[in-house]
Design a protein. Structure first.
Length: 278
């Protein structure tokens, strides 16, 4: 008899098991919604799915009477611009300083403690400071994302560099490679797929910081819209927006996964299971 640790679900079983938690959540919501609506047809806490459809049709396909914009698409574009800008800047900072700290002891000695200290500061605590220093424009929102995830990426990349076998470094030095060549030709290719994996893990935090910044000071964006309609308890707008954000995050994560598989197949082939890095 096979031990459970050695048993793997079939392809169709994986699909079913992946869908099962979502089906359970949907079923529980339908039961709870029907129970509340049967007592109060005007209940706003758990509206029926038809209310979601009506609200999203209004937000996505009907121009706003005040601005003339299609609010869902305007909010989505604004949020994605801020998110992608913050994530790209954070990835570049994380790669640069992580590689530098991991490769050069003289860089690691002063920078590593400083980066560690910065990473321990709750980003939400300095949000008011960012608005005071940078104003209420786009810079403060992007800066919050960068401050929130860049230090974590730096620490992760530094650790990945330090995990590179010493034998590779010694062999490269024996063949006459200088420090710059070792960093670019030995270290950089090995940490690039790990950078994308770290960015994928940081996306949840990036969305959190973005939504918080938009909720506090913004005139558009997904976070702004959610906190704008909360005063009316418009769950028929809030819940679809949350699901839309989840869908966007999933698409970005899936895209980064595809890029990593295409660019560094050797890294994923060495993984014991494709789901381990998914």
């Amino acid at each position: 008899m096979k031990k459970m640790i050695n048993q793997h679900p079939s392809r169709y079983a994986k699909v079913f098991l992946a869908m099962l938690p979502f089906l359970i959540v949907i079923g529980l919501y339908l039961v709870a919604s029907d129970a509340r609506l049967s007592e109060n047809p005007n209940d706003k806490l758990l509206p029926a799915f038809s209310s979601f459809v009506d609200s999203m049709e209004r937000m996505a396909f009907e121009p706003n009477k005040r601005s003339g914009d299609y609010l869902l698409w305007t909010d989505t574009l604004a949020s994605l611009q801020r998110l992608l800008m913050g994530v790209v800047i954070s990835a570049l900072i994380g790669l640069s300083f992580g590689l530098l700290n991991g490769a050069l002891p003289f860089a690691r000695a002063p920078l590593s403690p400083f980066v560690t200290a910065i990473s321990l500061i709750p980003p939400m605590a300095i949000l008011p400071i960012l608005f005071i220093v940078f104003g209420l424009g786009e810079l403060a929102k992007v800066a919050l994302i960068v401050i929130g995830i860049a230090p974590l990426l730096i620490r992760d990349m530094q650790q990945r560099v330090l995990e590179i076998p010493t034998e590779q470094i010694i062999k490269a030095q024996t063949l006459g490679a200088n420090s710059w060549q070792i960093m670019i030709r030995i270290m950089l290719p090995q940490i690039m797929p790990r950078l994308l994996a770290a960015v994928r893990l940081a996306l949840g935090s990036a969305w959190l910081f973005l939504i918080a910044a938009e909720a506090v000071a913004s005139t558009d964006g997904l976070g702004y819209r959610i906190f704008l309609v909360r005063r009316y308890m418009a769950m028929d707008v809030i819940l679809p927006y949350v699901l839309w954000i989840t869908f966007l995050a999933f698409c970005i994560d899936w895209t980064l996964r595809r890029i990593s598989l295409w660019a560094w197949p050797w890294f994923h082939s060495a993984q014991p299971d494709s789901g381990a890095s998914s």
